[in-house]
Design a protein around this ligand. Structure first.
Ligand code: 13P
Length: 289
């Protein structure tokens, strides 16, 4: 069943676990994520980036996700990842997304507030939740990530930001980065504790890939309720692709080609769900939604 970002994260915040948020580009990814989450009885967030939704992407990803969500007996949020354009936010709302992220993290505080508030004004009347970003999670590979350097989130800004914008979830910068890490990150858990104390709004970790498991667990224990993973999906699928390429047949069946990709991706999604302790949480979240 399709649920809002706000509903799916409220239960996570109350019960100290996090929901995995996985980018999906087409059917193989979407189906693998949803089937794995259902097998784990876990709530799950599937996300699309504006670049992947352009043109027929809206129909394929949103259309498929909405239909599939009716079939799977777990809470599913269809979420727009990193978006910088209010017209795209409006498009996502129109296509039935249940969560959208407006990313004003590269803007000065006041502009971030104004643009995020404008996104909230578009989304909330339709019952769509909004995630924003305060501070900036840097990174090196995501086309949508415009700045490489990270800026930690300031606890004294968070209350004001939430009050002025009315957001439902907030991405915070505590030491993670998008893409493949050049060296192992050290999360600033002290800062996260301060941020968690400063607001009731569920906090989001971007750059979940490659972040050591013990640090992710610690972050979840201290208030992170949504963990975004994309890079590790691509790495897992590429392992599957290389496995599939070993097949000695000129006309491999589709399953011979996609099977290893699905299986590597599914193993990763299952591991992440367990890491975040969202397995077995599907019923709980439905009851609260
Ligand atoms: P990774 O690059 O660490 O997978 O992060 C993805 C992400 O945060 C998407 O919003």
């Amino acid at each position: 069943m399709l649920v809002t970002l706000k509903d799916i994260l409220a239960d996570a915040r109350d019960n100290h676990y996090a929901v995995g948020a996985f980018n999906v580009i087409e059917n193989v990814m979407l189906r693998t994520v949803l089937e794995t989450a259902e097998a784990k009885e876990a709530p799950v967030i599937v996300m699309g980036l504006a670049a992947d939704l352009e043109g027929a992407g809206w129909t394929y990803i949103a259309g498929l996700a909405k239909l599939a969500a009716e079939y799977h007996d777990i809470p599913i949020c269809l979420h727009l990842d990193h978006c910088y354009d209010l017209d795209v936010i409006a498009q996502a709302v129109e296509h039935g997304f249940t969560g959208v992220m407006y990313d004003g993290s590269s803007l000065p505080f006041d502009e971030n507030v104004n643009m995020t508030k404008a996104a909230v004004d578009i989304a909330h009347p339709h019952g769509v939740s909004v995630e924003a970003e305060l501070g900036h999670v840097g990174g090196s590979d995501l086309a949508e990530t415009q700045h490489v350097e990270s800026v930690l989130t300031e606890p004294d800004e968070i209350t004001k930001f939430v009050e002025l914008t009315g957001v439902d979830a907030l991405a915070v910068s505590i030491g993670t980065g998008h893409g493949v890490y050049r060296s192992e990150p050290t999360l600033n858990i002290e800062r996260l504790v301060e941020l968690t104390q400063a607001t009731d709004v569920p906090l989001v970790m971007h750059g979940g890939s490659g972040t050591p498991d013990d640090q992710v667990r610690n972050a979840v224990a201290n208030g992170i309720t949504k963990v975004n993973v994309f890079t590790e999906e691509r790495i897992a699928m590429f392992r599957g692709l290389k496995e599939a390429a070993k097949i000695d047949r000129i006309d491999p069946l589709p399953e011979d080609q996609f099977g290893p990709i699905r299986s590597e991706l599914s193993a990763l999604i299952g591991e992440k769900i367990e890491l975040l302790s969202s397995d077995g949480r599907a019923a709980l979240t439905i009851a609260d939604a």
